[in-house]
Ligand binder design. Sequence first.
Ligand code: C2E
Ligand code: CA
Ligand code: CA
Length: 705
Amino acid sequence: MPSLDSVVQIAARIFGMPVAAVNLIGDDHVFFAASTGFEGQRVDMRRDVSFCAHAIARNEVMVVPDASRDARFYDNPLVTGFAGVRFYAGVPLYSPGGLALGALCVIDSVPDFDFSDDDRARLADLAQMACDRLELRRLEHSTERARRPFEDDARTSPTAVVWFDESLRVMAWNKAAASIFGHVPADGPGRLVVDFLAERHRAAVGGLIAQAAAAGTADGLVVPDGLAGVRKDGLEFPLGVALFCWRDKGKLTFHAHLQDLSSHPGQSAELRRLSTTDLLTGLANRASLYRRMEEALAGSAGACLLLVDIDGFKDVNDTLGHGVGDGVLREAAQRLVECVPSLATVARTGGDEFAVLIPGCTSHRESMAAARSIVDSLAEPISVNVHEIRITASCGLAAAPGDAQEALELFSNADLALFKAKSYGRGQVFAYAATLRMEATARRLYSIELHRAVSEGEFVLFYQPQIRLSDGSLRGAEALIRWQHPQRGLLSPAAFLPALENGPLASVVGFWVLDEACAQAAHWRRCGATDFRIGVNLFGAQFRVNDMAAEVAATLQRHGLPPHALELEVTENIVLDDDDLVLGVLEKIKGMGVGIAFDDFGTGYASLSLLKKYPVTRLKIDRSFVQSTPESERDTAVVRAILDMARSFDLETVAEGVETEMQRDYLKDCGCQEGQGYLFSRPVSSYEFSESFRLRTENRMGKLA
Ligand code: C2E
Ligand code: CA
Ligand code: CA
């Protein structure tokens, strides 16, 4: 189903997973209604091995962090076989009648223990979107069926249908329709269709039909709620109407599905209102926003969609409690309604996410103005109980038809713009541009390529020597990753690290680097560099896997390397990311005797205070300070201060980016122990490194096995 493609693509993108799918469950097989990431793979679709069949058995999000360690799945062919499923998260999809149809799922080939409650909620939201799509498809389908000539099977259909022409004359109605009104089928033809409505509704409905006749389509037409029909005996009853029309041999024919709502209490207006309303704020809910988008986009006037997200809302909830959080959301909802035109739809689409649909607004300039006034009004203090709360909000927007023709596309483009706005910090507004889609596509492509790089062993390590400044001797090397790309040649980390670092492969690659670098170091130590030390950069993600300290210990043991021959390099970003967790792991590792170097030291904000708190053994003075030493007084002062600090904390030092003899001599005079930089050598392959330092080796290039 093409209309579900964007749902699975959004799912894959939001969660950074290689595979996402909407599966429909049959009696013994599972079918893909839509999928991304399975291209060219043959997948076992038997129902009894399907994860989704498990997911639909429970009315909630099912998360399997590591299938190989899950009693239900460890021996499942999807886990042990070629598909290699490790992580699975899925949500059941229900029909409006409550029947479980299938599931929306995201899948990864590596375990993931970080799927948060927020992630679950987002996946559930997307599942709702998929359900809407399925339901729309069903409606479309029934419309298509309804377009068949009356003679077919309509006469006996249990659905009440009436056919009429542009002049409102009834051409035919079936038995079911006639009996709703207490008539027999012969009573219908020739009469005005509006005559079967309560007097007070006739003009409005007549006008609506005239409008559709002029436009040649009933798409985008909203039949008002609360219509009343009149029975033959004069009694009124609540009537539901769905209107369609089509042109046949030049003649416009209308077609109404009718429902006597008094005999369908489940469909009463109140129930319908509830099912389209967000209970907390009274705004439209996501499903009804979605329908309004479909309506707006079916017409010709266009519309813009603003997605508004409160920055750091979690903090409000965490610090002031959910009661206050709810109050903030209600007030935010109120303000949104006040600052947008009255024909706009304001909806709450998620926990702290709102959407505003403004029909007829098609320019970025106009939409930006609306977005700014929203962001400004939310920035005003909010009082809840005794608290005065200040929040900011970010907004992404997209306009149709310029940015998108289709509702889901409009939503997903506004979402990309929101993602961009958030990346600029708080309180930002960003409009969709085609480059955002290209960036997103590039990210997706890149993630596919990165998977291949891992499985095909395209990463290699280069080594850059670290030199003792007092006598110029080799102390060790830093291992630096490169990507031997089959088409683009040797790539530097700058070209792929951002994608790798934030994706699901970071820890896999990180531990490969550790293993490969340790193997190389052990080899060089055996080749004569007996005190050789290897520096390995870490990714933040490596700290979040099961037991990183144990992983490090096992690696050392595997290669017969003493702990002091390894130095792990961490940056401030890693350290600040997840304070307590990282701290505990580093302490353990340092306790084993492994060195911990603080990388890029001096570039961050919190470095000084961190030094006291963190178990580090060495500072790596950042290249930016070394570069302008000794010419720049300021940078020279920083270098001296860092060296002083290192002495007082009893830490070792290495200066990065040493390019000139003058820099080397100056650093040596200031008491810096080691240097690393182009003056000594650029990062080189293990082969070149062995040659330069006469460490005879059997030419291993450090390929990822
Ligand atoms: P870094 O850890 O600060 O690594 C030092 C970077 O400075 C390297 O860039 C190196 O080539 C460059 N460099 C060394 N000497 C000089 C010099 O004299 N002048 C100049 N201008 N530059 C010099 P590279 O190899 O491009 O790596 C960039 C960054 O990528 C690294 O910065 C590190 O943060 C990250 N990285 C590289 N390999 C790995 C890895 O295996 N794992 C992780 N987690 N990060 C890595
Ligand atoms: Ca480094
Ligand atoms: Ca560095």
